[in-house]
Design a protein around this ligand. Structure first.
Ligand SMILES: NC(=O)c1ccc[n+]([C@@H]2O[C@H](COP(=O)([O-])OP(=O)(O)OC[C@H]3O[C@@H](n4cnc5c(N)ncnc54)[C@H](OP(=O)(O)O)[C@@H]3O)[C@@H](O)[C@H]2O)c1
Ligand SMILES: *[C@@H]1O[C@H](CO)[C@@H](O)[C@H](O)[C@H]1NC(C)=O
Ligand SMILES: *[C@@H]1O[C@H](CO)[C@@H](O)[C@H](O)[C@H]1NC(C)=O
Length: 292
């Protein structure tokens, strides 16, 4: 009890004060005006919606996915909506050389990067896991490894612009999700990796924000088809979801929760994890790693 009173309560108090009183800036669409933004998986679904929202806000966009024809249409529509500029490079994120080159080319084209939105995933159907090692590997490569490769390629430009990295994940990257084991594993990997490097950035004064977006079920065509006859649940709208992701990135939030139910954010906020992460930082001496 004495320990509780002496350490735990003051720490909890500090933590809660920090949590609730840290100044919350308001989002304004002008924040994206003229910004240089990359969106992956932008040929359909949430990625396509994000491209349109960014276009309306007057951003420069460079998009990617595999299907050239679809990207061409999305780019034309972005220009109609008022994008400062809109381009695409088509290719597969199974190919790490493409992932890297895409970022280099997009950066050159726009003369820098302010925001990198990593959103694509390899196609996945709901199934009991038996022995499809191939799909586990493909999920890890496309949904996780290519995100790391692109982050590495973009980091010099993001550092230069004090930019933002936005990683699109899922509730399946926070809780056990039957029928989606490989997908879930790749989304958990994003949390482990990007939350860890976010802490490294903060300890070594690198001013690039990392926003992990935890999405519930969204009404994209792919998702609706995948769950049909298996999961009976109300989806949230993809346009509102796209806006929530962009807002979170622009406001440099650590995490964005977007789901039909407001309970998700509350329950997955995980104060235990946050307190432990907050405290563990004090046991590190980072002198060796700063400015290297
Ligand atoms: N929809 C949901 O219910 C939901 C829920 C939670 C999280 N999320 C997350 O939200 C993000 C977007 O989901 P979504 O529902 O919008 O997906 P989607 O509609 O299926 O779109 C996926 C995008 O990724 C691209 N893609 C697929 N395979 C690719 C590959 N090998 N290389 C490069 N690009 C590839 C697709 O274009 P091409 O086929 O032309 O390549 C498409 O543009 C994902 O990160 C997903 O995990 C979605
Ligand atoms: C990035 O942030 C640093 C420190 O706040 C500031 O000095 C610099 O001007 C900023 N650069 C840009 C491009 O905003
Ligand atoms: C980091 O960059 C953002 C965006 O440019 C800026 O608002 C903020 O002041 C910078 N923070 C630090 C500590 O330099």
């Amino acid at each position: 009890m004495a320990f509780m009173r002496k350490y735990l309560l003051p720490i909890l108090g500090l933590f809660l004060a920090y949590y609730f009183y840290s100044a919350k800036e308001e989002f304004r669409p002008e924040m994206l005006q003229g910004k240089k933004v990359i969106v992956t998986g932008a040929s359909r679904g949430i990625g396509e919606e994000m491209a349109y929202q960014l276009a309306k806000m007057g951003a420069h966009v460079v998009l990617t996915a595999r299907s050239k024809e679809t990207l061409q249409k999305v780019v034309s529509h972005c220009l109609e909506l008022g994008a400062a500029s809109a381009h695409y490079f088509a290719g597969t994120m199974e190919d790490m050389a493409f992932a890297e080159q895409f970022i280099v080319k997009a950066g050159k084209l726009m003369g820098g990067i302010d925001m990198l939105i990593l959103n694509h995933i390899t196609s996945t159907s709901l199934n009991i896991f038996k022995d499809d090692i191939h799909h586990v590997r493909r999920s890890m490569e496309v949904n996780f490894l290519s995100y790391v490769v692109m982050t590495v390629a973009a980091m010099p430009m993001l550092k230069q612009s004090n930019g933002s990295l936005v990683v699109v994940s899922s509730t399946a990257g926070k809780i056990a999700t039957p029928l989606l084991a490989s997908y879930s594993a790749s989304k958990f990997a994003l949390d482990g990796f990007f939350s860890s490097i976010r802490t490294e950035y903060s300890l070594t004064n690198i001013n690039v924000s990392i926003t992990l977006c935890v999405l519930g079920l969204i009404n994209t065509e792919t998702a609706m088809k995948a769950i049909s006859g298996i999961i009976d649940k109300d989806p949230a709208p993809k346009d509102e979801c796209a806006l929530a992701i962009i807002k979170g990135g622009a406001l440099r939030q650590k995490e964005v929760y977007y789901d039909k139910s407001p309970w998700i954010a509350l329950l997955l906020g995980n104060p235990g994890r946050q307190i432990l992460e907050f405290l563990s930082v004090y046991s590190y001496n980072m002198d060796k790693f700063v400015n290297k």
